[in-house]
Design a protein around this ligand. Structure first.
Ligand code: NOJ
Length: 793
């Protein structure tokens, strides 16, 4: 049934220019899921179930309901008559939120810094086992947006990296991990949800509009979502912001046109909480509203009850007036079998029809009421938690062989508010990490977070704030972990974590200074470094010849105020390690583990070096219609530093190790598929995309990496490609290898057709251009060790 013009694959209207207002074209109707490939069985089961449902039952599946039975972020309706139990939906980023007896994993950014596919998969799998044990059907993650257009983004730490390739790879691993454990992954936030400032409409001011052109959309922001869909993600969350002036959750171009048609996404689109503004979203491609009925839930239930919406009315739609259609068509869309199939197929896809799948929300009781705690943790996850905590630490400076500490240091001194645990972890904390919308959420776990302060000064941080956070079973803080080690070694430890101008014992072997940079959903950061924390570092460094700085950071943290100080002999960007923070750090400081993390972003020398620094706002004329023009296109982070020839402090991909690695023997083998003309028929690997052969491997790149140093270590070999007319280098492969001293391994990267393609706006497809493609293999985007090139004729 067609009631509006179909403009499928129309280019997004040009968003820039003084008089041009960005427009997102209409794409109707919302396409039915195809149920192809891995989805086939799930769709067959879903269709069977849906055809037995009454209209009212159908409504219940597509919306949320308030319940006192659990504290899930959302609960869908159920269909008891048919034994369909409904679903509990819950956040996600660091583990199961706002409950007890679960693990607190490393945050997304920390995982991004690990560049470790296997650990990322394991984290997803074991984290999701806890969701399952708690009766959570849908984990509201992982996060492919924000990517990090502005380094001040309050939620950048929830995602893996500002680089779409790295983000896409790690999102895909996480999704497979979640869904292998039987939990529906929810890839969010679709799309261009790049700032918290004006993220939602409020007091007469519209949400910010992310105005981006079609090429930027495809080559940057959509890229990781493509990986997620290809990995089989069963649901996607639409975003609060507007995209080219249409709200994310009613944007038919993006949901119907891009996600459901172009990417052939077979799962369902879920509303971000209360992000619905009208019924139109049903036509736009939204499938489920949360947390309650939104603008269709109650209307629709009512309409079904009083007979306004009946199957008959729906089937004779052709005879209705235009006005009636405006109301009834969205209702019809919600209730189509296809729409419901998307939701129910997701449930079947991950096996939630299994008789042993826990009842929705069973372990998610209100903690202030008597409850039998459901311990969701499994012993097998312990090494993954600790390994993940270790892997996201990035060593950025290490001179005079400061680290690792030689055995049994005689005396160490510890400074800084971030060294010790926050004073309280109580039931309130757990709830705050879940539910308050105030700036003070999770104060006790996050440390005392003063409004618009950049650091959480009440204690060490192991997560950022709000939806991406959860509460840890325990918190291994740096000072306790150091003391524990000192007890075994007979080391004398001094500490002063209260003073900003502490005394330093002249006999100390090293001074460890702990500072942090906090970020949270709901607010963007106000800067990338704070004077008080920098002052503390400088104070200690001026008194201690061996100052080691550790920064727990929910995002990019600038270090130029002290990094070149001769007494700052080592520095670690420690990100957000989760519950095993201190233990992981001590293993690294003492050389029981080697640093293997690499920066998933660029650390600039100055704020002004970033192509986009501040979130956009209401401008000089205080508009109620904030417009964010993405004029920088794909030139973000290292792509911009390279193109503009700006020297970063620490480049993307950078990180030190206790050993050194040598690269040799670059071998490039283009396949016959590498040519400007793609195959004419879809190849077997092109599921989830309408683009012929997009995922075919068109070239293999190999290199040898050898450990040339004294200790075992992991190298992250990185592959960058220069696509003609695009940024000088773009990450297109990485492999983390563990090597004993003297050992060598071959790293192998498979380049797909997408990896060397650009989005052709006029033809609305990915194309490989003719020309020469420089290929760089090395230890970071600037530490290139081997170069070659591929030629496309
Ligand atoms: C709003 C956040 O944007 C989203 O990420 C989260 O999943 C929901 N709230 C539910 O808590």
């Amino acid at each position: 049934m067609m009631w509006s013009t179909t403009l499928a694959f129309a280019a997004l209207a040009l968003p820039f220019g003084a008089s041009t207002r960005a427009v997102s074209p209409d794409v109707y109707p919302s396409p039915p899921g195809q149920g192809s490939g891995r989805w086939a069985g799930a769709y067959a089961s879903a269709r069977k179930l849906v055809t037995q449902m009454t209209l009212e039952e159908k409504v219940n599946v597509t919306r949320g309901f308030k319940t006192d039975a659990n504290v899930c972020a959302g609960n869908s309706g159920s269909v008891p008559r048919l034994g369909w139990p409904g679903m509990c939906l819950h956040d996600a980023g660091n583990g199961v939120r706002a409950t007890d007896m679960v693990s607190a994993w490393a945050s997304g950014l920390h995982v991004g810094a690990s560049w470790d596919r296997n650990l990322t998969y394991q984290r997803g799998l074991y984290m999701a086992k806890e969701f399952r044990a708690k009766g959570v059907n849908i984990a509201l993650g992982p996060n492919a947006g924000p990517l990090g257009r502005t380094p001040l983004g309050g939620r950048n730490w929830e995602g893996f990296s500002v680089d779409p390739y790295l983000s896409g790879q790690l999102n895909a691993e996480t999704i497979v991990g979640y869904q292998d454990a039987g939990v529906i992954a929810n890839l969010k936030h679709f799309i261009a949800n790049e700032q918290e400032t004006y993220r939602r409409p409020y007091s007469g001011v519209e949400a910010a509009s992310s105005n981006l052109d079609d090429k930027t959309l495809h080559e940057y922001y959509l890229w990781p979502f493509m990986d997620g869909v290809r990995a089989g993600v069963a649901s996607v969350m639409c975003s609060y912001n507007r995209i080219n002036n249409t709200y994310g959750c009613e944007n038919s171009k993006l949901m119907n046109g891009v996600l459901k048609s172009e990417l052939a996404f077979d799962g369902f689109v879920m509303l971000d909480w209360n992000a619905q503004h009208n019924l139109q979203s049903a036509n736009g491609g939204l499938d489920m509203v949360m947390p309650y009925g939104g603008s269709w839930g109650d209307n629709l239930t009512h309409a079904v009850r009083n007979g306004t919406v009946t199957e008959k009315r729906i089937t004779d739609m052709a005879t209705r007036s235009d006005d009636e259609k405006k109301t009834l068509v969205p209702l019809l869309v919600i209730l189509t079998t296809d729409r419901l199939c998307r939701i129910l197929a997701a449930w079947y896809l991950v096996g939630q029809d299994a008789p042993d799948f826990p009842a929705p929300g069973v372990g998610m009781k209100n903690l202030s009421l008597p409850h039998e705690p459901v311990d969701a943790r499994v012993p097998e996850s312990k090494p993954v938690l600790l390994g993940g905590a270790v892997a996201g630490h990035v060593l950025v400076k290490n001179v005079n062989r400061t680290l690792p500490f030689r055995s049994k240091p005689k005396m160490l001194s510890v400074y800084g508010y971030d060294a010790a645990p926050p004073p309280t972890k109580n039931i309130d904390t757990l709830f705050q990490l879940g539910y308050t919308s105030s700036q003070e959420m999770g104060q006790a776990v996050l440390g005392t977070l003063r409004s618009f302060d950049q650091a959480a000064r009440g204690g060490t941080i192991t997560t950022g704030g709000r939806a991406g956070a959860n509460a840890p079973p325990y918190m291994s803080d740096p000072l306790s972990a150091i003391q524990h080690r000192a007890a075994a070694d007979g080391t004398w430890v001094n500490w002063d974590i209260a003073s900003t101008t502490p005394d330093v014992n002249g006999a100390t072997q090293a001074c460890l200074v702990f500072i942090n940079a906090i970020a949270t959903e709901g607010w963007d950061r106000t800067g990338l470094h704070d004077d008080a924390s920098d002052g503390l570092v400088l104070h200690v460094a001026s008194r201690c010849a061996n100052t080691v700085v550790v920064v727990h950071a929910a995002g990019i943290r600038l270090v130029d105020q002290w990094i070149e100080h001769p007494n700052v002999t080592a520095a670690v960007l420690a990100h957000l390690p989760g519950q095993d923070s201190g233990t992981a750090l001590v293993r690294l400081l003492y050389g029981e583990d080697n640093f293997s993390g690499r920066l998933p972003y660029t650390v600039a020398r100055n704020e002004s070096d970033y192509p986009v620094y501040a979130p956009c706002g209401r401008g000089r004329d205080n508009t109620t219609d904030p417009q964010c023009d993405y004029t920088e296109g794909v030139y973000l982070d290292y792509r911009a530093f390279d193109a503009r020839n700006v020297t970063p402090r620490f480049e993307f991909g950078y990180g030190l190790s206790y050993t050194t690695f040598e690269y040799s023997s670059l071998a490039l083998s283009p396949t016959r598929a590498l040519c400007a003309t793609p195959p004419s028929s879809p190849s077997s690997s092109s599921t989830n995309s309408t683009h012929d052969g997009l995922w075919d491997v068109v070239a293999h790149v190999e290199a040898t990496v050898a450990n040339a140093g004294p200790v075992s270590g992991d190298e992250v070999a990185q592959l960058y490609v220069g696509i003609p007319g695009a940024p000088p280098k773009q990450l297109r492969g990485f492999e983390k290898v563990h090597l004993r001293p003297g050992a060598a391994a071959t790293v192998r990267f498979d380049l797909t057709r997408r990896d060397v393609s650009v989005w052709d706006v006029a033809r609305q497809r990915w194309v490989v251009q003719k020309g020469e493609y420089p290929v760089y293999v090395g230890a970071s985007c600037r530490d290139v060790r081997l170069t070659g090139s591929l030629v496309v004729e």
